[in-house]
Design a protein around this ligand. Structure first.
Ligand SMILES: [Zn+2]
Length: 120
């Protein structure tokens, strides 16, 4: 095999691996987790399933956000921030979905369970 062919083969293998990884992350079969961070610090991680139903309040140094999880779908239902962007953001249910409350430096994001999600 010529050197050029080996390089092309290597590229194909890398691309295939990347595609498989991406499918694994996005695919609905993998477990999902809700990661809550405040000012860059991890606050809480919750494993999401179709049966996850929770209602809780996240207290940040800048204010509070009321979070409701219904059948694994995450929504911020109320907050005392001034812009209410987090409340207006549509509910998060899929990997890569994210709800951000900038005034509270709060991020709720859904990640895949394999810990490979590092897209920031
Ligand atoms: Zn907010």
């Amino acid at each position: 095999m010529k050197k050029k062919e080996i390089v092309i083969l290597a590229i194909v293998v890398v691309v295939l691996a990347a595609v498989l990884l991406l499918m694994n992350v996005i695919g609905g079969n993998g477990q999902r987790k809700l990661v809550i961070t405040i000012d860059g610090q991890e606050y809480q991680t919750i494993t999401l399933t179709e049966e996850t139903n929770m209602h809780f309040t996240v207290e940040t140094p800048d204010g509070v956000n009321e979070v409701v999880i219904t059948n694994g779908v995450v929504d911020v239902v109320s907050a005392d921030c001034h812009n209410q962007v987090c409340v207006d953001t549509r509910p998060a249910s899929k990997v890569f979905d994210k709800i951000v409350c900038l005034p509270h430096k709060l991020i709720l994001e859904i990640v895949g369970d394999n810990g490979e999600v590092d897209y920031q």
